[in-house]
Design a protein around this ligand. Structure first.
Ligand code: HEM
Length: 151
């Protein structure tokens, strides 16, 4: 049996696992910048609450977001290699691909900001985190339009 036959027969279940993974990933991508806003605007550096926020931010990344991102990529790439699913002559695989790279960059950016809080202290304002909070929203709109409308 060819790997492509295996991917074709598993297609609905792989897509099911892909959607579960992306929902979990997106939950963190929306919530972590919100946590940073509260952390910057309402928490005194070095306080007990500061320590609590750092724990919440680290666990959200390590326990939810990193595994969910890896699972989204694995199941998403499995869908890419499933015969007959992606037609590269269309526009949607490119808009989806670019947005998914953007989402991955945003994840890395958040991860670097979390380390900053822990190591040298935060540099950004609440307003800057609020603005960055729009990035995953815009990318999500492009991704869902791409996979559902398939222009
Ligand atoms: C991490 C890298 C990703 C890759 C390589 C990838 C790739 C794919 C592919 C090839 C499909 C199959 C389309 C089809 O069956 O017609 C798909 C489906 C889907 N993807 Fe992704 N994806 C990724 C991330 C994401 C993200 C971040 C989201 C959400 C914001 C997302 C949402 C969806 C949804 C909702 C579907 C199901 C569409 C349907 O019902 O046909 N994906 N993905």
């Amino acid at each position: 049996m060819m790997i492509t036959d295996l991917l074709a027969s598993g297609y609905p279940w792989v897509k099911f696992l892909h959607v579960i993974s992306v929902i979990s990933w997106m939950a963190g991508l929306f919530y972590l910048p919100r946590l940073f806003v509260y952390h910057v605007e309402s928490v005194e550096a070095g306080s007990k609450t500061d320590a609590l926020f750092q724990v919440m931010e680290r666990r959200l990344l390590r326990a939810i977001m990193n595994p969910a991102m890896i699972a989204s990529w694995i199941f998403g790439l499995a869908l890419v290699f499933t015969p007959g699913i992606v037609d590269w002559s269309m526009i949607w695989p490119w808009t989806k691909g670019a947005s998914v790279l953007g989402m991955t960059w945003f994840h890395m950016w958040l991860s670097a900001r979390r380390k900053e809080f822990q190591v040298q202290g935060n540099r950004l304002s609440g307003r800057q985190y609020r603005i960055m909070n729009e990035v995953p929203t815009i990318l999500m709109i492009v991704i869902v339009a791409s996979v559902i409308v398939k222009f």
